[in-house]
Write a protein that binds this ligand. Sequence first.
Ligand SMILES: NC(=O)c1ccc[n+]([C@@H]2O[C@H](COP(=O)([O-])OP(=O)(O)OC[C@H]3O[C@@H](n4cnc5c(N)ncnc54)[C@H](OP(=O)(O)O)[C@@H]3O)[C@@H](O)[C@H]2O)c1
Length: 219
Amino acid sequence: MKIGVINAGNIGSHLAKAWVQAGHQVIVSKDGDRAKLQPLIAELGEKVLVGELEEAAQFGDVLLFSVSWLRFEQVLSRLGSLEGKILIDTMNPLKVNEAYEHFHDLEFMRFNSTSEELQRLVPNARVVKAFSTIPAHLLDKDSWKGSQMLPSIFFAGDDGQAKQVVAQLIQDTGFPGIDAGSLSSARLLESMGLLLHRIAEAQEGDSNLNLAPTFLFKQ
Ligand SMILES: NC(=O)c1ccc[n+]([C@@H]2O[C@H](COP(=O)([O-])OP(=O)(O)OC[C@H]3O[C@@H](n4cnc5c(N)ncnc54)[C@H](OP(=O)(O)O)[C@@H]3O)[C@@H](O)[C@H]2O)c1
């Protein structure tokens, strides 16, 4: 399968690696600081293609749309036609305050989700929510070696065929996928992200390190 990674950041770089290893043709691109792609390029070498955002978008039949919610419209405007493409949305509706701290946009979350907003803006693409509830470092499959447990990857969408493709791509990362229903379930998955943040705050710890035990796991 031809996959375009729209922003190989924390999440996108792990998934690009997994999909290259599963034999897919992957092109990575970066919103923001392109120098941050270097470790991934050094690791994967010729097995991965590298391009601008629009090149990745036009190459992929499936696009991993993994950008900051603050920048998603600017990024979207650079991608060209997305007709028929499957867009995997990993976003959470996070804003930033004066102290540069991220917080969930609760007002937006009351009646919407990033996935539904994305689908509204690109009605001829097929949006599937996935990989939004798992901290990026837990997507490193090597760190689960020897473990009997794996985190579940929830996905949601309205297009059945697109969901089948995404279910296979989740399987290719080595993690179990769980179908969460229609695209409107993206609201619930984004609320789950908020819950995980609240749990991390309650633990007063590093959200990345301490969230793992709070996930739903599958043996
Ligand atoms: N990281 C996670 O554990 C995680 C888990 C689940 C879902 N998600 C979601 O997945 C998407 C991608 O996350 P990521 O962590 O993989 O991406 P990322 O590459 O670390 O950051 C996203 C992009 O936004 C830019 N950016 C960061 N902070 C910004 C700000 N305050 N204002 C404007 N632009 C900003 C970055 O530019 P620079 O590279 O130049 O800094 C980068 O291009 C996000 O919507 C996130 O909410 C992330």
